[in-house]
Ligand binder design. Structure first.
Ligand SMILES: NC(=O)c1ccc[n+]([C@@H]2O[C@H](COP(=O)([O-])OP(=O)(O)OC[C@H]3O[C@@H](n4cnc5c(N)ncnc54)[C@H](O)[C@@H]3O)[C@@H](O)[C@H]2O)c1
Length: 277
């Protein structure tokens, strides 16, 4: 539900929607992905300029050009979130283009859904680097621009793994529960700079993360939600009776980014249809 105000000289039902992110400038990592693109579109529709960052540059460009074609303001950049030097270039490019950066959404992530026995050191390292260390690096790279902007909001994406650990993919749970600590640490360190930090933890979300065989998140017959049994299992694990959509998650990010959440920092918001209960 949005807040609405009467437009100057409005006629009939012609209402002007309040832009909840008017004049804001956001960097969204994983912006070519399912959640990232839903969020980039919603943030743009709510008035923000968005820097769509991903190591999939063609995907990021597609999202940014769609937003620009619809009258929004977006740029696309290639970013591997594990690379601090590249992070600093991206933060500088977004600040140059938009005049400031006041919002960072850390969404890019990786998982290898194998057992503890089968998780190699290399898999462990990719997951920890992509889901945890990268969020620390992004925060460090963007905070100076936020200080220059007079404040900001950093939003990290968690998971059910931020709440409980399963038997599979130990690094994924460790990375996502680690984000609870990183979110609190960031919130404590930068409150004096008027920078908030919030962890948004989705449950089972119908996205490409859970289907297909991408290099950052491979699936097989036992995990791919294009297999009806796997889809059904995730729905059954969700008390509200359906999987979350990327838009469900984007709405929570919008709230947490907006001034409506101006006293929320260091907290976790769970968007899981009750899956963690
Ligand atoms: N889908 C779910 O059920 C679910 C649930 C909880 C949390 N999450 C988290 O949501 C986030 C986004 O997932 P999604 O579901 O939109 O998946 P997705 O696969 O559609 O999107 C992930 C995006 O991240 C990008 N990416 C991966 N590693 C990167 C790197 N090192 N540098 C830059 N970009 C990189 C990919 O190119 C992709 O565009 C992940 O952090 C994931 O852990 C997903």
């Amino acid at each position: 539900m949005g807040r609405w105000r009467s437009a100057e000289g409005r006629r009939g039902n012609d209402l002007e929607k309040l832009m909840r992110l008017k004049d804001r400038a956001a960097i969204i990592t994983g912006g070519a992905g399912s959640m990232g693109r839903a969020q980039a579109r919603l943030f743009s529709a709510e008035g923000a300029a968005v820097c769509v960052a991903d190591f999939n540059l063609p995907g990021a460009e597609e999202v940014a050009s769609g937003i620009n074609a619809g009258g929004g303001r977006a740029m696309a950049v290639e970013l591997d979130v594990r690379d601090l030097a590249r992070w600093e270039e991206v933060a500088a490019a977004a600040e140059r283009e938009f005049g400031k950066v006041d919002t960072l959404c850390n969404i890019a992530g990786a998982n290898f859904r194998v057992s503890f026995d089968d998780q190699s050191e290399e898999m462990w390292q990719v997951i920890i680097d992509s889901n945890l260390t990268a969020y620390f690096l992004g925060t460090k790279a963007v905070v100076p621009a936020m200080r220059r902007a007079g404040g900001g909001v950093i939003l990290n994406v968690g998971s059910l793994g931020s709440i409980r650990q399963g038997a599979m993919s130990p690094a994924y749970g460790v990375s996502k529960i680690g984000l609870l600590g990183l979110t609190r640490s960031t919130a404590s360190a930068y409150a004096k700079d008027n920078i908030r930090c919030v962890l948004i933890s989705p449950g089972h979300v119908d996205t490409n993360f859970l289907r297909g065989n991408s290099s950052h998140s491979p699936n097989d017959e036992s995990t791919d939600i294009d297999v009806p049994e796997n889809y059904r299992r995730r729905v059954e694990a969700t008390p509200l009776g359906r999987m979350c959509t990327p838009e469900d998650i984007a709405s929570a990010f919008l709230f947490a980014a907006s001034d409506e959440a101006s006293m929320i920092t260091g907290s976790m918001i769970t968007v899981d249809g009750g899956a963690a209960l």
